[in-house]
Design a protein around this ligand. Structure first.
Ligand SMILES: Cc1cc2nc3c(=O)[nH]c(=O)nc-3n(C[C@H](O)[C@H](O)[C@H](O)COP(=O)(O)O)c2cc1C
Length: 288
C-alpha cells in the first residue's frame, strides 16, 4: 500500500467525530467528544478518501487528496427513485448496432463511470482496454471462434470424449453453441461481437484476488452510463469464455494486456430503441 501523509488540523477540527466513524481502517481516534480527532497511524490508510469527503470543515489533510481532488456534492442533482428505477428496468443488452462510430467523448464518459466503481480494499487496479480499430475487433471475433473450434475438436475426439465427459460434463452443453457460432461465422454473421464498433475489455493484475468482482462492478457502472448516453452494450461472455479456454494468452498478447481479463463490453450506436421494457421473473428474497 502506498505510504500517505494523513493528519487532522487540530485548530479547525469541529470535533464532530464523523471521520472516526467512517474510516474503514479504524486509524482515526477521538478519545473525548470535546477533543479534536487525531490520526493514530497513517500506515493502515487505504486512501479511500472517506475522511476527507465527510469532513464538514476541511480539517483532514491527506497527501492523496489535495484541494483540487475534493469536490462538493449537490444531492439535489441525484436522479429521482423513479428515474433510477426506469434506467435499471429499461437497460437492455441491445445487440442491433449501427455502423456509425461512437464519439470518443461518449466512450470516455462510459470509461469514467466504470472507473468510479468500488474495488476491494480500494485497490483501484482495474484497467480498461478500449478497442475501436475494426481490424482488431475482427481479430477478437476470430480468436473467440478459433478457441471454440479447438474446444469442439477436443470434445468430439473419440479418445478424449470418455474422460472429458466425466471431468467436464458442463462443456458438452456448449458444444452445439460452438458449432452454431462457427457456422454463422462462416456465413459472415458475427454472433460474437454483433458488429459492435467498440469493445472495452476490463482487466486487473493477475495477483488481484478480487479482480473479477472489481472488474464486473466496473462493467455494470459503465453499462448504466452507456444506457444513459443512449449507447447500446452487451456483455462479451463468449469472448471471456474463449479467453478462459486459452492457456497461451493469445488475446492478451495480441492486445498487449498484462493481466487477467475478467469482463468485456461490446458497444455501438443503436439503430433503434425499445418502446417497452418487460418484467423479470418473480424476485426471490428471503427476509429474516
Ligand atoms: C456473464 C454474462 C455473459 C453474457 N454473455 C453474452 C454474450 O456473449 N453475448 C451476448 O449477446 N449477450 C451476453 N450476455 C447478455 C445476456 O444474454 C443478457 O444480459 C440477458 O439475456 C438479459 O438481457 P438484458 O441484459 O437485455 O436485460 C451476457 C450477460 C452476462 C451477465
Amino acid at each position: 500500500m502506498k505510504a500517505v501523509d494523513l493528519s487532522i488540523n487540530q485548530a479547525t477540527c469541529i470535533k464532530c467525530g464523523k471521520c472516526v466513524k467512517v474510516c474503514p481502517s479504524n486509524i482515526i481516534r477521538q478519545d473525548r467528544s470535546d477533543e479534536p480527532a487525531m490520526v493514530e497511524s497513517s500506515k493502515g490508510c487505504i486512501s479511500c478518501g472517506h475522511c476527507v469527503a465527510v469532513c464538514p470543515s476541511g480539517s483532514v489533510i491527506h497527501s492523496e487528496f489535495p484541494a483540487d481532488k475534493v469536490h462538493p456534492v449537490d444531492y439535489a442533482l441525484y436522479p429521482t427513485v423513479e428515474q433510477m428505477m426506469l434506467l435499471l428496468k429499461a437497460r437492455r443488452s441491445n445487440r442491433a448496432f449501427s455502423t456509425r462510430p461512437i464519439p470518443s467523448g461518449t466512450l470516455d464518459l462510459i470509461l469514467e463511470a466504470a472507473h468510479r466503481a468500488p474495488t476491494a480494499s480500494n485497490q483501484q487496479q482495474v484497467a480498461f482496454t478500449l478497442i475501436t480499430d475494426p481490424a482488431k475487433l475482427r481479430q477478437i471475433t476470430e480468436f473467440t471462434i478459433g478457441q471454440f473450434n479447438t474446444a469442439a475438436v477436443k470434445l468430439t475426439n473419440p479418445f478424449l470424449k470418455p474422460v472429458l465427459k466425466r471431468i467436464m460434463p458442463d462443456a458438452y452443453r456448449y458444444l452445439k453453441t460452438f458449432k452454431r457460432l462457427n457456422k454463422e461465422h462462416e456465413k459472415g454473421n458475427d454472433l460474437i461481437l454483433r458488429k459492435a464498433t467498440a469493445v472495452i475489455l476490463i482487466h486487473t493484475p493477475k495477483a488481484n484476488r478480487f479482480g473479477s468482482a472489481d472488474a464486473n462492478l466496473a462493467y455494470q457502472n459503465g453499462s448504466l452510463m452507456a444506457e444513459t448516453l443512449g449507447v447500446n452494450q452487451f456483455y462479451t461472455g463468449f469472448v471471456c469464455s474463449a479467453i478462459n479456454l486459452d492457456k497461451h494468452r493469445t488475446l492478451e498478447k495480441l492486445l498487449g494486456i498484462d493481466g487477467t481479463i475478467h469482463a468485456g463490453m461490446a458497444l455501438g450506436i443503436p439503430i433503434f430503441r425499445y418502446p417497452n421494457y418487460v418484467d423479470r421473473v418473480e424476485i426471490q428474497v428471503t427476509k429474516m
